[in-house]
Design a protein around this ligand. Structure first.
Ligand SMILES: [Zn+2]
Ligand SMILES: [Zn+2]
Length: 223
């Protein structure tokens, strides 16, 4: 009777219905969400370069003299918050004591810790945001099948949105003016997003490397 809620992607920030092949794998997140999370984790080290540079600029800028110090750039405190060390315990903050944004180390570290516990793995050698993001990335497919998958997606999305809000840097997606290499599709719907190693077809959902696209172009030219 009632449409089962379980057929929807588990992320509160996503409204996709799970497709049959996604249900078959037992994943609770839709494929686009899994791709998005992987993309955000790839994005973290790049964003850090911008975040750290902005802190550097302000701490090594003109010396403070008398009362003429220029006002700190808006977002400075947010930046320091994001780059700050993570609390040793859980990131969850039921009493709302944490002001501003949670440090990246705290957000990423809590998920890394959860994966370490549940998969009985050794954690990353270094506990910096870039290390944590790199370490977490290969586990996203597995994480998508866990009961907390939706929470992971929602929390990482909120984290990356805060980061982008400060750096004003977000990956851009451009159309790729070539037909999809899949014979059954062949739609002009390929796109490429910054920092994504794949070119993706928005019609059929398949993804291709640049080499595969080149091969396809050669094949079509020879046909
Ligand atoms: Zn989704
Ligand atoms: Zn396609």
């Amino acid at each position: 009777m009632t449409q089962p809620v379980a057929w929807l992607c588990a992320a509160a920030t996503c409204t996709h219905e799970l497709r049959p092949h996604e249900l078959d794998t037992g994943q609770l997140l839709c494929d686009p969400c899994i791709r998005a999370i992987t993309g955000w984790l790839t994005e973290v080290p790049r964003q850090l370069i911008v975040l750290e540079a902005s802190v550097q600029r302000e701490t090594t800028g003109s010396p403070t003299r008398g009362g003429t110090r220029t006002a700190p750039t808006p977002g400075r405190l947010d930046t320091l918050n994001l780059l700050g060390p993570g609390a040793a315990g859980s990131v969850h903050d039921p009493h709302g004591d944490q002001h501003g944004q949670l440090p990246l180390t705290a957000v990423l570290g809590a998920w890394v810790r959860l994966v370490i516990e549940e998969r009985r793995l050794r954690g990353p050698a270094h506990w910096q945001p870039a290390n944590l993001a790199d370490w977490l990335r290969p586990h996203v497919g597995w994480a998508a099948m866990q009961p907390w998958a939706g929470e992971l997606r929602d929390e990482l999305w909120s984290m990356i949105r805060n980061v982008r809000g400060i750096t004003q840097v977000a990956p851009r997606t451009r159309p790729v003016p070539r037909p999809c290499p899949r014979e059954a599709c062949a739609t002009m719907a390929l796109t490429q997003t910054d920092w994504d190693q794949y070119i993706r077809c928005t019609a059929c959902g398949f993804s291709f490397t640049q080499a595969e696209l080149n091969d396809d172009a050669a094949r079509r030219a020879a046909a």
